[in-house]
Design a protein around this ligand. Structure first.
Ligand code: MOS
Length: 760
């Protein structure tokens, strides 16, 4: 098998190719803005060139008079529309066209609608505005920010985890790290641009928009427009990359809906790359202080993690990654505190592993620093401090294969050959450094519903309003149905991304495979029960009188353990039906009994992570080689190895692909990506793919993904731990640790650029 399709180990599914792979690579898989509609008009956004102040005057007359311009939606045109309530389905409480105040760079000031995209673009250029500008606070260190405690400021973050007496334990620890770290702001740049298309048919609204949350969008837009939930449909058949940015709805959607209603014509607005930096969310910059104390032989005694995160003036977005870092090792005493720093920026939002990627960087860097102080191997230090229980609550993990991940990854990487002395390894002009770090991600699962239909000819349709955001969820849901219904994968059709289908949770928090597969499993078991019942009750049939518990579905037939079997079409004949359709609702342990109703109303209920009776987490270990040029200080990454344990792997091909993509993004967050904010005016500087660096093939050579066999029946019925976000956690620290090993220079901020190593 090629490397892209790892041979399945125990508890791992076949590396089936994506059932929509051909559609995707040929460009036939339609994104929302590709769907053709009659009489479509085109909207172009006009955004502010200031980040704080007031629009004193806006002149739309030239825009309205431009050839082909149909309408301009601006201040005063959103009457009757409610401001969004900030929450999981909405990116911000800002309603940009209600008041003329400007709260962030590139805030929406108008939508120009034209017969063509070109006419609308020209119209947008002709909008004139004047401003009264106020000084703006750009970032955490800027003057004029406001700092508040995160605990209680958001329902997402109730309290700072603590255990024992940290101060005393830390004071008494003979070996200590006390250091500060920083991570950069990053902007999502999925290849598919953001877009909204709204179509009204009488009082019925259809929204075509790339989203990770069709039901959440449906509820959010209905609430803003103050129309009934059942009058809205949201369609999002394929998403060309979301990474969190397409999870919550942004203010654009309601503006496009208003334009389409006023014109009585479908309106499509595709946001350009530069406007994507300001009209959607982003990963906020963070700052950290880590204090880690240990005995001389390396046993941790005290851990404290203080974090600061940037958010907007109006919304308390919080990631609070100490919820994960405080549970990672056997620390002894634990202390933590998270603060939000409010600045003149748009509200940040989810980006792949929102809490773990920025918060594991300082922890995993500090462990490497401690290992050098102790003169101890950093893998051994982690092994020594591994834990089977949560140091904060004392609760056990359902399963935790961290040490096994280190064993496999370090062996594959060749770690035992490492000379730990910084700067000791050189190949010509290149200093070679090896580093490692832990990957972790909470296992989430949510209530979901699904419909599965099995026809007498052995074809299957699976319907779920989950979202194909590149993860392969269509494929793994089909694999689950094929396995349970005993048909070939080719016989299964998987329909998703539409509120016409039964609801699934937001495709965020890496829950989709677990939630959707658990639900599809339940629906399939309903179908099996009906078929088995018919088979044992069919008087003349070969399975008459058998026990239903003795039956299975295999190769298009119901089969008993003694070899007797009856073809599917004959069982259907006995049943007197052409097909069986089962609708199933799945509510995981720990979710409220109304969780499926809540889902219909647009609210996903995810459980897992640190919340339940036991802790549910997936783990990994990542090893990175960097090469630093002694003359230019250029940093290259020739290879990375990651080993991961994530419960049942539904498909080793899609799993590898997710983890590889995560590791590449992790490397990118370490060395390339940074959204630069001008400290003078809180405006974004590098708002395009020329100046915002993302990795390309030439930035990496080998990425090796190892999938450990792990069985965990406690996490959910499918036994699946999500891994879409796992891969990019810890990679940044592994890179930083490798840079230290190569050069002896400890860089405690991201991204690490060659200018950071000039004196190394
Ligand atoms: Mo993901 S950042 O939970 O969409």
């Amino acid at each position: 098998m090629p490397v892209a399709a790892p041979p399945p180990r125990k508890n791992q599914g076949q590396p089936a190719a994506r059932i929509d792979g051909r559609l995707k690579v040929t460009g036939e898989a339609p994104y929302s803005a590709d769907i053709s509609l009659n009489n479509l008009a085109f909207g172009v956004l006009v955004t502010s060139p200031i980040s704080r102040g007031t629009v004193t005057d806006i002149d739309l007359s030239h825009a309205k008079a431009a050839p082909g311009v149909l309408d301009v939606i601006s201040y005063g045109d959103m009457t009757g529309v409610k401001a969004p309530a900030y929450g999981n389905s909405t990116s911000t409480s800002l309603a940009p066209l209600r008041e003329k105040s400007i709260m962030h760079d590139g805030q929406i000031m108008a939508l120009v609608v034209g017969d063509t995209f070109e006419a609308a673009s020209r119209g947008a250029e002709l909008v004139r505005a004047s401003y009264s500008e106020k000084p703006a606070s750009a970032t955490i260190e800027s003057e004029g920010t406001e700092t508040i405690s995160a605990a209680g400021a958001s329902p997402m973050y109730p309290e700072d985890p603590k255990a024992g007496d940290f101060e005393t334990a830390f004071a008494g620890a003979p070996v200590k790290v006390d250091a500060e770290y920083a991570t950069a702001s990053e902007t999502h740049n999925p290849i598919e641009l953001f877009s909204t298309t709204c179509v009204w048919r009488d009082d019925q609204l259809t929204v075509y928009e790339p989203t990770q949350n069709v039901y959440g969008f449906k509820a959010a837009i209905a609430k803003q427009l103050q129309i009934d939930l059942e009058k809205v449909r949201v369609v999002s058949p394929y998403v060309g990359g979301g990474f969190g940015s397409k999870g919550p709805m942004t203010p654009r959607t309601a503006i496009v809906a208003v334009a389409a209603r006023r014109l009585n014509r479908p309106v499509r607005c595709v946001v350009n790359r530069m406007q994507g930096f300001t009209t959607a969310t982003y990963r906020a910059e963070t700052r950290h202080r880590i204090r880690l104390g240990a005995t001389h032989d390396g046993k941790f005694a005290a851990f404290s993690h203080e974090g600061k995160e940037l958010t907007s003036r109006i919304d308390n977005y919080v990631v609070g990654g100490v919820d994960t870092t405080t549970r990672m090792y056997d620390y002894g005493a634990v202390s933590s505190k998270v603060q939000l720093v409010k600045a003149d920026r748009q509200t940040p939002g989810y980006m792949r592993s929102p809490p773990e990627t920025p918060y594991m960087f300082p922890l995993e860097s500090a462990i490497d620093e401690l290992a050098y102080q102790l003169d101890m191997d950093p893998v051994e230090l982690r092994r020594l401090n591994d834990t089977k229980t949560d140091p904060v609550s004392g609760k056990p993990f359902t399963s935790r294969s961290l040490v096994a991940c280190y064993d496999e990854a370090s062996k594959a990487f060749g770690w035992s050959r490492r000379n730990p002395k910084p700067g000791s390894t050189r190949d010509g002009d290149w200093l070679i450094g090896w580093g490692c770090a832990t990957a972790v991600y909470p296992t989430h699962v949510g209530a979901a519903a699904a419909r599965v239909r099995l026809s007498a000819d052995g074809t299957v349709v699976v319907q779920s309003a989950s979202h194909e955001i590149g993860t392969g969820v269509r494929t793994v849901a089909a694999q689950m149905a094929a396995e349970r219904l005993g048909v070939d994968l080719e016989a299964v059709k998987s329909e998703m991304g539409d509120t016409e289908f039964p609801p699934a949770p937001v495709s965020g928090g890496s829950n989709s495979t677990a939630s959707v597969c658990s639900t599809v499993l339940k629906a399939c078991d309903g179908i099996r029960a009906k078929l088995f019942e018919a088979a044992v009750k069919s008087n003349a049939g070969p399975l008459a009188g058998k026990k239903v518990t003795d039956l299975n579905l295999k190769n298009g037939a119901v089969a008993a353990s003694d070899g007797a079997s009856q073809k599917l079409k004959d069982v259907f004949k006995a049943l007197g039906a052409g097909m069986i359709e089962e609708y199933a609702e799945f509510i995981p342990d720990g979710a409220p009994p109304n969780a499926v109703q809540a889902l219909y109303d647009g609210k996903s209920t995810l459980v897992g992570g640190s919340k339940g009776k036991k802790l549910m987490y997936a783990f990994g270990a990542e090893f990175v080689e960097v090469r630093v040029n002694v003359r230019t200080r250029e940093i290259r990454v020739p290879r990375m190895v990651g080993a991961f344990a994530a419960g049942r792997i539904m498909n080793t091909r899609t799993a590898r692909s997710q983890l590889m993509g995560g590791m590449i993004w992790g490397m990118s967050s370490a060395l390339l990506e940074e959204t630069q904010v001008d400290s003078r005016n809180a405006r974004y500087v590098n708002r395009d793919l020329q100046d915002y660096l993302v990795p390309v093939n030439a930035d990496l050579r080998d990425v090796d993904v190892i999938l450990l066999s792990e069985v965990d029946d406690e996490v959910n019925p499918a036994g699946v731990k999500g891994l879409g976000e796992l891969g990019n956690v810890g990679t940044n620290a592994a890179v930083a640790n490798a840079v230290y090993h190569a050069t002896g220079k400890r860089v405690r901020h991201l991204p690490i650029r060659l200018e950071d190593l000039l004196e190394a």
